[in-house]
Design a protein around this ligand. Structure first.
Ligand SMILES: NC(=O)c1ccc[n+]([C@@H]2O[C@H](COP(=O)([O-])OP(=O)(O)OC[C@H]3O[C@@H](n4cnc5c(N)ncnc54)[C@H](OP(=O)(O)O)[C@@H]3O)[C@@H](O)[C@H]2O)c1
Length: 294
């Protein structure tokens, strides 16, 4: 039995899509089961509720071997610790209480770097990994750079003004990963019931690109000029606050970008295992261009 959290989310829905083609029994935890397709509802067992709720996770994890764990973004959280650790605590107790063997979680790069404890959201993700590991389960933290899919958040600005912006040096080359590759990496480890112990597994995409490189690729793919603009940390934080984010979460984002600008995402080595396949150019053609054209 595999339990999938966030079955309607970006990554969770793609994990579920990969798993339903197997014979494996699957259970999902869904706040709104109505968001699942009728075919999915027929194929999987549904435990209604939030995976931050102790009663819900104890029910969902009963008899399960493996769990896909993802903390949803909580833009209004009172602190980054509340967003990641308080959310995960009931599940981490339930992993032990229900005898779950394996957990595959979505986390961030940075473990072992000087920025590990100063990187806002990324640091909270690493602390979440420690909390899960302390429950005694075997754990694979899939550790991520920024998602290519984040570019969709700036689709409007790219369409209207031909510009996207972040508080980072536009020439710093960084890994980035497509969510479909993250889902494949997770599904592969959820289907495999043979691994043990605790480890971080970076999923790095096939290449390092700067945001100026990405702007050139988007210009090519969209057939019109797109440029990247480095904005100040203060302007970035103001943008997040204007969208309704709490001060603590906006600061957590700012701290993460400071760490990215200092290389927190550049420390993991790209190997055959960590190099996922989707190139930014392919992602832009297949996933971004149709959204901008729509
Ligand atoms: N973006 C990046 O560059 C990046 C990099 C590294 C790591 N990460 C990590 O990746 C994760 C985000 O993944 P994602 O993009 O797949 O997430 P997502 O799609 O934005 O959210 C996942 C789903 O969680 C559900 N949800 C929201 N609030 C909930 C709550 N309180 N209780 C239960 N379910 C709730 C929502 O579905 P319903 O509304 O249907 O319930 C949502 O579809 C975060 O943990 C983040 O730290 C992100």
């Amino acid at each position: 039995m595999i339990v999938v959290t966030t079955p309607s989310g970006n990554i969770g829905s793609q994990v579920l899509r990969e798993l339903v083609s197997s014979d494996e029994p699957i259970r999902v935890i869904a706040r709104d089961p109505g968001r699942l397709t009728p075919a999915t509802r027929e194929r999987v067992e549904v435990v209604p509720g939030s995976h931050s709720d102790s009663e819900v996770v104890n029910k969902a994890f009963a008899g399960a071997d493996s769990v896909f764990w993802l903390v949803p973004p909580d833009p209004r959280a009172a602190s980054v610790e509340a967003a990641y650790l308080d959310f995960t605590r009931p599940a981490s107790q339930a992993f032990r209480a229900q005898g779950v063997s394996r957990v595959v979680g979505i986390s961030a790069l940075g473990r072992g770097t000087p920025w590990a404890s100063k990187a806002g959201l990324a640091s909270a993700s690493l602390a979440m990994d420690d909390l899960i590991a302390s429950s005694g389960v075997s754990y694979r933290a899939l550790t991520m750079p920024s998602f290519m899919d984040n570019m969709l958040r700036q689709a409007e600005s790219i369409t209207r003004d031909g510009v996207f912006s972040l508080p980072i040096n536009g020439d710093r080359k960084l890994p980035s990963v497509a969510t479909r590759d993250i889902a494949s990496a997770a599904a592969m480890r959820l289907r495999d019931h043979g691994w043990n112990g605790v480890a971080s597994v970076p999923v790095l995409g096939p290449e390092d690109l700067s945001y100026n490189d990405m702007a050139r690729i988007l210009s090519d793919v969209l057939g019109r000029p797109v440029r990247f603009e480095q904005i100040s940390l203060a302007a970035y934080k103001a943008r997040l606050l204007a969208r309704g984010m709490s001060d603590a979460m906006a600061q957590g984002n700012v701290d993460m970008w400071i760490a990215k600008n200092h290389g927190i995402d550049n420390a993991a080595t790209r190997t055959a295992e960590s190099s996922s396949t989707t190139r930014f150019r392919d992602w832009a053609q297949q996933a971004f261009r149709p959204r901008v054209a729509a």
